[in-house]
Design a protein around this ligand. Structure first.
Ligand SMILES: Nc1ncnc2c1ncn2[C@@H]1O[C@H](COP(=O)(O)OP(=O)(O)O)[C@@H](O)[C@H]1O
Ligand SMILES: Nc1ccn([C@@H]2O[C@H](COP(=O)(O)OP(=O)(O)O)[C@@H](O)[C@H]2O)c(=O)n1
Length: 229
């Protein structure tokens, strides 16, 4: 079977990473969570004084962006890759509400996107990759053979994220998460550079009422159809 490129985009917290990583594991492809890269840049800003009262020190970040190297390494325990920022494991630090509440403005900066997209395209140079995010089918891999655009209602997505963070032991508030999900969707859809939108040739999947197992099966069918041709 020929190796292809699979782009999974869509709204926040709808299950993109879950289905992308499961498919990648089953078919032996590399899985890349592009959102983790924008989260890592945001964490860097928080930890290095580049964010003051929600304001990003844009010029400082511009000078430092080329020194931020984001990589992924497998974690046998969680069965998904951990995110590393300049060699440090930042996987749990990038999943907090603090990072979620600052990530979309950071990800809207043109030079941040340019640097991340360059790294992402390099990772997918040899195909055999499943990448999820917001602009994978439109900007990072416009020629991807299989493109999916996932959506679900904001309330359902917030509930999924709430359950996830609660299970990890984080103190979370449903309304705060719902507000964050809506706010990020708005910023992601309205930014100037590579806004979140469905690529014309992407398949739309509303998984509001699908189980993880059902969406996994659906995705495996789409893969078999496209890669088998
Ligand atoms: N179809 C589904 N039904 C219920 N929960 C789901 C479904 N798909 C994913 N989830 C859960 O929702 C949460 C968010 O999923 P995730 O894959 O991280 O979303 P995204 O990558 O789109 O932000 C996770 O806890 C995941 O286990
Ligand atoms: N390809 C991508 C992926 C994420 N992002 C940004 O990064 C944020 C976090 O992405 P994520 O995939 O971790 O978001 P969740 O939906 O998993 O919370 C998004 O809200 C976007 O602002 C982006 O701009 N482009």
């Amino acid at each position: 079977m020929r190796k292809i490129t699979i782009a999974i985009d869509g709204f926040s917290s709808c299950g993109k990473s879950t289905m992308a990583k499961d498919l990648a594991r089953e078919i032996g492809y590399i899985y890349i969570d592009s959102g983790a890269m924008y989260r890592a840049v945001t964490l860097y800003c928080i930890e290095n004084g580049l964010l003051h009262n929600g304001q990003i020190d844009v010029e400082k970040l511009r000078n430092e962006i080329d020194n931020l190297h984001i990589t992924f390494r497998p974690n046998a325990e969680t069965n998904r890759p951990d995110t590393y920022l300049n060699g440090m494991n930042v996987e749990s630090k990038i999943r907090t509400m603090e990072v979620s509440s600052h990530v979309s403005p950071v990800a809207a900066l043109d030079f941040v996107r340019e640097a991340m997209v360059k790294q992402q395209q390099e990772m997918g140079r040899k195909k055999g990759i499943v990448m999820d995010g917001r602009d994978i089918g439109t900007t990072v891999f416009p020629d991807a053979e299989l493109k999916i655009f996932v959506t679900a209602s904001p309330e359902i997505r917030a509930q999924r994220r709430y359950d996830e963070l609660k299970a990890k032991g984080q103190a979370v508030d449903f309304d705060e998460i719902l507000e964050n999900v809506k706010q990020r969707d708005y910023i992601d859809q309205h930014r100037e550079v590579s806004p979140l939108r469905k690529a014309d040739d992407a398949l739309l999947l509303d998984n509001s009422h699908l189980t993880i197992e059902q969406q996994k099966e659906w995705l495996a069918e789409q893969f078999a159809r496209v890669a088998g041709n």
